[in-house]
Design a protein around this ligand. Structure first.
Ligand code: HBI
Ligand code: FE
Length: 282
């Protein structure tokens, strides 16, 4: 990863909101509308409330400064613009200081369904609404601080799995049934349906050590989703755990493949894995 010349030491750049074209704002609107067709009744109420509190559906790519003023008044978080993926220590340092680094660019029309790099739609639509929830906001800061502490260990893979199976692909159990809170799911139309309704993937109760040792797919639907009971459960699991002995024991390795079901898992749904067995990739 090479820092572009126009980026500051912390990798932030100006959003340059006035430079977005009409067509780029239109891509945001298109993506927003597609997600609104699938998210009511599937996304967690905290996510839907966050969208509303920040008025993310008012039309066009949000302007980070005014959005951050509103977000800061709710939970003390701000959103800063970055060119794309940033180095791990830079990423952790932003989170530890309640700044969410969001990709400045937006995907092209031919990439509506999938792109590898996090763009402004994934980062702002997917991640920022949950940062209006006080407990989830504290969890994200705790993750950043844990990340900074982990840099002395060969722990990145295990810590990245925690982020992946919660912040990106997490589900939560509610009185109305399972709901999505993970940013990677809520920003994808097809995975929003797959994660909740498809018989293929496992849906397993959250366990910190369990998911930190579980490998994952980065370019296809997940084979296992982990389900939390509350954001408090997530926050408490991270702040009450001493990660150092876990890192020593896990050694930066994954003990479980993505589709594994263990005898002591709390299995909410045992997946058929039909999708993955047929070769996957949508
Ligand atoms: N950079 N912009 C950006 N977004 C991420 O989600 C991100 C990153 N750099 C590193 C990183 N994630 C990972 O290290 C963590 O998820 C573990
Ligand atoms: Fe993300």
């Amino acid at each position: 990863m090479q820092k572009p010349d126009h980026a500051r030491d912390d990798w932030t750049i100006d959003q340059g909101w006035s430079n977005y074209t009409e067509d780029e704002h239109e891509v945001w609107n298109l993506l927003y509308k597609r997600q609104m067709d699938v998210l009511p009744g599937r996304a967690a109420s905290e996510f839907m409330q966050g969208l509303k509190a920040l008025d993310l559906g008012k039309g066009g790519i949000p302007e980070f400064e005014s959005m951050s003023d509103e977000l800061e008044s709710l939970t003390g978080w701000r959103v800063v613009a970055v060119p794309g993926l940033v180095p791990d220590e830079v990423f952790f340092d932003h989170l530890a200081n309640r700044r969410f680094p969001a990709g400045q660019f937006i995907r092209k029309r031919h990439q509506l369904d999938y792109l590898q790099e996090p763009d402004v739609f994934h980062d702002v639509f997917g991640h920022v609404p949950m940062l209006t929830n006080p407990v989830f906001a504290d969890y994200m800061e705790a993750y950043g601080k844990g990340g900074l502490r982990s840099l002395n260990f060969a722990a990145l893979k295990n810590l990245a799995a925690l982020y992946w199976y919660t912040v990106e692909f997490g589900l939560i159990r509610t009185d109305e049934g399972l709901r999505i809170y993970g940013a990677g799911i809520v920003s994808s139309k097809t995975e929003s349906i797959f994660a909740l309704e498809d018989p293929s993937p496992n849906r397993i109760g959250f366990g910190l050590e369990r998911l930190m040792q579980t490998d994952y797919r980065i370019d296809d639907f997940q084979q296992t989703y982990f389900v939390i009971d509350s954001y408090e459960q997530l926050f408490r699991a991270t702040v009450d755990t001493d990660f150092a002995p876990l890192y020593e024991q896990m050694k930066g390795q994954f003990a479980h493949s993505p589709e594994t079901v263990l005898s002591d898992d709390e299995v909410l749904h045992r997946g058929s894995q039909a999708y993955a067995k047929a070769g996957g990739r949508f």
